[in-house]
Design a protein around this ligand. Structure first.
Ligand code: SAH
Ligand code: SF4
Length: 392
C-alpha cells in the first residue's frame, strides 16, 4: 500500500473519546484494558509515537501503526506575553488557523480553546464573528489544542509525572460557538473529564455560549460542565442588535434554558458574561434592568470591558462606568467580577482571536457594511487593542 493511501485510510485516535477507543479496539480484537492503556498513553503521558507505548504488545503496536495515527494540529506561531500569557496559532488546513490562549495564575492554569474556524453567529462586537465562518473543528483539533499546550508547557517545565498537570482549567471561549459544534465538542469534553483522559472535574471545564437554547439542553444531558452565557444586554431590543442569535432565541427563552441547565450543572450558578460597550449597555439603569431579568436565575456576573479591534466602530467603557455597574450588581447580592486585562502585548483577548479564516459565509465581505451599521446604531468609535481574560 502506498504511503499516500496509507494516510487516507488511517484514523486519528485523538478524534475518539475513551468509550469510542474501547469499541474501536474491540473491533480489532483488543480487550477494554488495552484501550484504557492506549488512552492513558495519549492523554496522560501525551505520547504520539506508538513505539513509546512500552506496555502494549508489539503485535498491537504494529496493528495501531497500520490503522491509526495520533495527530494534534500543528502550531504556526507561539507568542509569550510579559505576564506569562501564551498564545498559539494552530494550522487546521486549507488556509485556516485557530488560536488557543494559556493564562497562568497563582492557583490555576487556564487554557482557552477554539471550537470553530471563524464563527457564524455574527455578533457585532466580535472580531472572530466578523471574520466569517469556515467550518467546525474536529474533536482531534479541539482536544489537540489541550494535548499540544500541556505537552509543550510540561516539557518546558521539565515535568515528567503525568499527574502533575499545568493546565488545571479549560474554557471553550476561543474562536467559535461551541454549541454549534456539539457533535465534536461533546467527545472532546468527555476526554477532558475522563480519568483516563485529562481527569478534570466538571467544575473546571467551562463552555461559553451566545445562547443557543436547544443545544444548552443537549449539553446538559451529554456533558454537564460549567456554563457561561454571553448576555451583553438587559433587553431584547438591544440584544437583537448586538447578537443576531437573540432574534431566534430571545431573553425569556434563554433565562428558562439557564434554569433548566442549573438542574444538572456542576455549580449552583450560571456565569453571565456581560461585555461592556461605552455608551451602549453600560448605563446604571441597564444594570438595574439586568437585576430584574436574572431574578429567577442563581448567577454570577463577569463584566468584560470591550476589547477594541481595528474598525469595530464601538468603544471601551469608561473605567468609572465599569466600577459603578459592578457595584450595582454586587449591592443587589449578585457576585460580580471584572475581567482583568492580560497578555496585551500578544493580542490574546476575548473577541480578538482572529486566526486565519477562509470565510465561506461572505461575512468578511459585509464587514464594511457592518462597521457602518455599528457606527449608525451606537455612534461609537474604534480604538486600538487591549486584552482581557477569563476569571470566575
Ligand atoms: N461563542 C462563545 C464563546 C466564544 S466568545 C460566546 O459568544 O460566548 C468568548 C467571550 O468573549 C464571549 O462572552 C464574547 O461575547 C466575548 N467577546 C467577544 N468579542 C469581544 C470583545 N471585542 N471584547 C471583549 N469580549 C468579547
Ligand atoms: Fe461567535 Fe462568540 Fe464571537 Fe459571537 S462572541 S461571533 S458567538 S465567537
Amino acid at each position: 500500500m502506498s504511503e499516500q493511501l496509507d494516510q487516507d485510510v488511517r484514523i486519528n485516535l485523538l478524534d475518539m473519546d475513551v468509550e469510542k477507543i474501547k469499541s474501536w479496539c474491540a473491533q480489532h480484537g483488543e480487550k477494554p484494558f488495552r484501550a484504557i492503556q492506549l488512552a492513558r498513553w495519549m492523554h496522560r503521558f501525551l505520547v504520539d509515537d506508538f513505539d513509546q507505548m512500552t506496555n502494549l504488545a508489539k503485535s498491537f503496536r504494529a496493528k495501531l501503526k497500520d490503522l491509526a495515527y495520533i495527530k494534534a494540529p500543528s502550531p504556526i506561531t507561539e507568542k509569550k506575553s510579559a505576564d506569562g500569557t501564551r498564545k498559539w496559532l494552530f494550522d487546521v488546513g486549507n488556509g485556516n488557523a485557530v488560536e488557543s490562549v494559556f493564562i497562568p495564575e497563582d492557583d490555576r492554569g487556564t487554557l482557552c480553546i477554539s471550537t470553530q474556524a471563524g464563527c457564524p453567529m455574527g455578533c457585532l462586537f466580535c472580531s472572530t464573528g466578523k471574520q466569517g465562518f469556515n467550518r467546525n473543528l474536529a474533536t482531534s483539533e479541539i482536544v489537540g489544542q489541550l494535548w499540544y499546550a500541556e505537552r509543550e508547557l510540561r516539557q518546558e517545565a521539565g515535568i515528567t509525572d503525568p499527574n502533575d498537570r499545568i493546565i488545571s482549567n479549560v474554557v471553550l471561549m476561543g474562536m467559535g460557538e461551541p454549541l454549534q459544534n456539539l457533535d465534536n465538542v461533546i467527545p472532546a469534553l468527555k476526554l477532558f473529564l475522563d480519568d483516563n483522559g485529562y481527569g478534570l472535574s466538571r467544575r473546571r471545564v467551562t463552555v461559553s455560549t451566545s445562547g443557543l437554547v436547544n443545544q444548552m439542553d443537549k449539553l446538559g444531558e451529554a456533558a454537564p460542565v460549567a456554563l457561561a452565557v454571553s448576555l451583553h444586554a438587559p433587553d431584547d431590543a438591544l440584544r437583537d442588535k448586538l447578537m443576531p442569535v437573540n432574534r431566534k432565541h430571545p431573553l425569556g427563552q434563554l433565562m428558562a434554558a439557564c434554569r433548566r441547565y442549573l438542574k444538572v450543572a456542576p455549580r449552583d450558578f450560571i456565569t453571565f458574561e456581560y461585555l461592556l460597550l461605552g455608551g451602549v449597555n453600560d448605563d446604571p439603569e441597564q444594570a438595574r434592568e439586568l437585576i430584574r431579568l436574572v431574578r429567577d436565575v442563581p448567577c454570577k456576573f463577569n463584566l468584560i470591558p470591550f476589547n477594541p479591534f481595528p474598525d469595530s466602530g464601538l468603544s471601551k467603557p469608561e473605567r468609572q462606568r465599569v466600577l459603578d455597574f459592578a457595584r450595582i450588581l454586587n449591592e443587589a447580592g449578585i457576585v460580580t467580577t471584572v475581567r482583568k486585562t492580560r497578555g496585551d502585548d500578544i493580542d490574546a483577548a476575548c473577541g480578538q482571536l482572529a486566526g486565519e479564516v477562509k470565510d465561506r459565509t461572505r461575512r468578511a465581505q459585509r464587514l464594511v457594511l457592518q462597521k457602518e451599521q455599528a457606527r449608525d446604531v451606537f455612534a461609537g468609535k474604534g480604538e486600538s487593542c487591549a486584552r482581557g481574560d477569563f476569571h470566575e
